[in-house]
Design a protein around this ligand. Structure first.
Ligand SMILES: [Zn+2]
Ligand SMILES: [Zn+2]
Length: 396
């Protein structure tokens, strides 16, 4: 172990906390962190979740969307049903952190903080189960698989997540590396963007690199298509509306002196507003299908609607904001800037009013500064306790 590691480990020693459950929440998170599982493979994680929920007396349903778990906690008093969501999946990232609880699985890492979400939601279940006699209504815990691009929340909804009982509102938190530990951020309205993807194929006519007049060069056409796609945001969308069109993949050819038959372009499209979203899809389609015709080529276009925008309900968010203030103080509850990232909690919030909030995990003193999905991503573990307290306050 190098000196740096020792220093970091000291800094990351479980904080001395005055409530008995706090050590447990840190230990839980570290255990999940050491055993990361990718989307739809969260067998160990969901097994621990189901076992713990059962031990707390919750009604548990396993195997929802393969590895998802639903736990229902019934309070003694009448009241609403509230859904609390935690995601459980890790990412295909090789961890470069050094501490004892680093990933024990090569090529997999909890680099987004979903280990923290699972530990926090289990702790919330425990705290509320202890107060069951005075709890009004019920809390439905949603431990979902495959948030990272694979749509686990959507599959849980298809398999009955929002029925029997139907939640009146829904809550979720995300630890956030851009926000100082000790702070919580939320805001009514748009929180995260909708994320669509497209694939385009430009079909030309291949041939010798030195005899271009006998070919229809898809590389040159694809280059113009990429540039034209950028005009969708700059020329077709209101400058005051957030929108992104990014071409992330351009592929064509196999060697330097052969003009290939076709070129492939893939990209992501982000927006908040449904009209903007529809305009971007239409303009991307027009450019990709029509522009190649000018050059005698053909364009094929495939557009896939992904996660919708994550929108916080104004009324629920106002109530939650007050609850959050009671935990960390009004000065530490801030409004966040919406991000163009996406989140499949949006599928729940499309159907049930709710609030999604960020719990600060950033702390430069312990090097918890790396962005989500980074190989050195980490959080200040005080975020666990704060997250659990915040969620309990929001539920009461
Ligand atoms: Zn992520
Ligand atoms: Zn995440």
């Amino acid at each position: 172990m190098c000196a740096d590691t020792a220093t970091l480990k000291e800094k990351f020693a479980a904080p001395s906390l005055d409530l008995p459950w706090e050590t447990d929440i840190v230990a839980l998170r570290r255990d999940f962190h050491a055993h990361p599982e990718l989307g739809y493979e969260e067998v160990r994680t969901s097994g621990i979740v189901a076992e713990r929920l059962r031990a707390l007396g919750l009604e548990v349903r396993e195997g929802v969307a393969e590895t998802g778990v639903i736990g229902l906690l019934q309070g003694a008093l009448p009241g609403p049903c509230v859904l609390v969501r935690a995601d459980m999946d890790a990412l295909p990232v090789e961890e470069k952190n050094e501490w004892e609880w680093r990933s024990g699985t090569q090529g997999k890492m909890h680099a987004c903080g979903h280990d923290a979400h699972t530990a926090t939601a289990l702790t919330v279940a425990r705290l509320l189960a202890e107060q069951k006699d005075t709890l009004a209504g019920s809390v439905k815990f949603m431990f979902q698989p495959a948030e990272e691009g694979l749509g686990g929340a959507g599959r849980m909804i298809e398999e009955g997540l929002l029925e029997d009982p139907r939640p009146d509102y829904a809550l979720a938190l995300h630890v956030w590396s851009d926000l100082e530990a000790g702070k919580i951020a939320t805001k009514p309205g748009p929180a995260m963007a909708c994320a669509d993807r497209f694939e385009a194929r430009i079909i030309g006519k291949g041939g010798h690199g030195a005899i271009p007049q006998q070919t229809i060069d898809p590389v040159v056409i694809a280059s113009q298509v990429v540039l034209a796609l950028q005009t969708t945001v700059s020329r077709n969308i209101d400058p005051l509306q957030p929108a992104v069109v990014t071409v992330g993949k351009v592929w064509a050819g196999s060697t330097f002196n052969v003009i290939p038959n076709e070129a492939v372009i893939e990209g992501t499209v982000r927006s908040f507003d449904p009209t903007v979203r529809a305009t971007l899809e239409r303009r991307c389609r027009e450019i990709i299908e029509e522009l190649p015709k000018v050059f005698g080529a053909r364009g094929e276009f495939d557009y896939e609607w992904g996660y919708p925008a994550t929108i916080n309900d104004a009324r629920v968010t106002e109530i939650v904001q007050r609850a959050l203030q009671s935990v960390v103080g009004a000065e530490n509850v801030v409004e966040f800037q919406p991000t163009m990232g996406a989140e499949d909690m949006s599928l729940v919030l499309e159907k049930i009013p709710g609030c999604y909030f960020f719990v600060g995990g950033r702390n430069e003193a312990i090097d918890a500064v790396y962005p989500h999905h980074h190989e050195k991503f980490n959080i200040d573990e005080r975020a666990l306790e704060i997250g659990a307290r915040a969620m309990v306050a929001a539920l009461k």
